[in-house]
Design a protein. Sequence first.
Length: 277
Amino acid sequence: MEHLSSLATAREGKGQSAVLLGNHQSFLDILYLGRIFPKRAAIMAKRELQWSPLLGQYLTLSGAVMVDRKNRKNAVAALEKAGDDMKKKGLSLWIFPEGTRSSSAEPKLLPFKKGAFHLAVQAQVPIVPVVCENYHRLFDGRTRMERGRLRIKVLPPIPTVGLTADDVHSLAESTQELMLQTLISISTPGPSQLRDSPPTVEDHKASISAPPQDPTTGERQLRNREGNSSDGSSGVGASHVGETGSGGQLGSSVSAGSTTEDEMDEDAVLLKKPKAE
């Protein structure tokens, strides 16, 4: 854990509210959220989760801010009320600015929504970015789950005093860039470890704008790698599981379980067509 002073400020509050921003990979984020959550804090969640068994009850009892993403008027009203509570009650709010999960074999972030930044500027409270490393090596979002340690970095608070709505766009962009650079720096390399260098911020931006890959290209790459592995090279099957053991830098460990992500990363699985007879 780095920036422990920022973590202490986030957890204990020290009388100051904050908007806490985190990258969102899967339901496992709940494990470290419970470890670093401030005493007086709520999480922002989509309204549909209110009706989920157990999770819905937990969110309701914890005072979560439920946002109706299908009704902009209601969503804005919920944010305005949250801003007032931050000013009057010293409440902090945890938000996933990506708006949904972004599970990927590579450290990536989806484009940030602006709501969290409007809220921070409205309430004139600092933004505290909290970045959890990419843990696809431990949990692929579908069937594979391993034990291991997670690296989480709490960045220094970003002040918003004096900022206005005109500053929200640049504030969101600079915060995302900072969190992305941090995510890449603390994450264990994924498939890109087969290349000569680890992924960069430019690689991330290019991957978002790149056109869909021709499926036959993936098949040829897979056959080439299978051919290379026959002479002793590592090929695609090389795995990087990092350190294992109970607990981690936060004292949290990942255990057995499974889930299904909303979307499957197109590079996660390469299917090989059967050869013609």
